[in-house]
Design a protein. Structure first.
Length: 175
């Protein structure tokens, strides 16, 4: 194949196959959870009852982390591995996507690790809430890249058989 791989995307809208549509559909609920996390972070910053808001934030981040892990594991273990056949493992869009997964999970895991210390100052609670705000921005940007670039790219790249295989694999891996 010669030329720029991004030429596969084209200018028009792309209708995604079932497996890719399923992955995209998971972004909506994750975005809603991110918006709620963002609100909790702002409460931690502004309320006098920081400890209560921070404890609520811990609970919500724990639930979100589980949902994010379910989603990202299927991307990493299935979609990205299938795309590597065409794009290679070093550099390129898959390396960027995996880096962003690591970055977001790093913010979340650092927050959860820090949250184990139940005697945090108000300043520490605010700093730790800032980690979740960093994850929020990273993930919103990441989801947009997947939806606008990566998934349409995969749609044009994969054969009908590969699309069917992707759908089987992402549909059978349960939460």
């Amino acid at each position: 194949m010669q030329g720029c791989p991004s030429s596969l995307i084209g200018n028009g809208p792309v209708t995604l196959s079932e497996g890719l549509s399923l992955l995209v559909s998971e972004h909506g609920p994750l975005r809603k959870q991110l918006e709620a996390l963002f609100s909790f972070c702002n409460q931690v910053k502004t309320t006098k009852e920081k400890e209560t808001s921070f404890n609520d934030l811990i609970k919500e981040v724990t639930e979100f982390s589980s949902n994010l892990e379910f989603h990202s594991a299927r991307e990493e273990d299935i979609l990205f591995r299938m795309m590597e056949v065409y794009l290679g493992k070093e550099g390129g869009p898959i390396a960027v996507m995996e880096y962003e997964h690591e970055q977001a999970k790093g913010y979340i895991n650092t927050f959860l690790s820090n949250a184990e210390n139940r005697t945090q100052s108000e300043e520490e609670m605010i700093q730790n809430a800032g980690l979740i705000i960093d994850a929020y921005h990273t993930l919103l940007d990441h989801f947009m890249k997947e939806e606008q670039v990566l998934y349409p790219f995969a749609e044009k790249l994969f054969t009908a058989e590969e699309k069917e295989l992707l759908n089987e694999k992402v549909s059978t891996k349960s939460h």
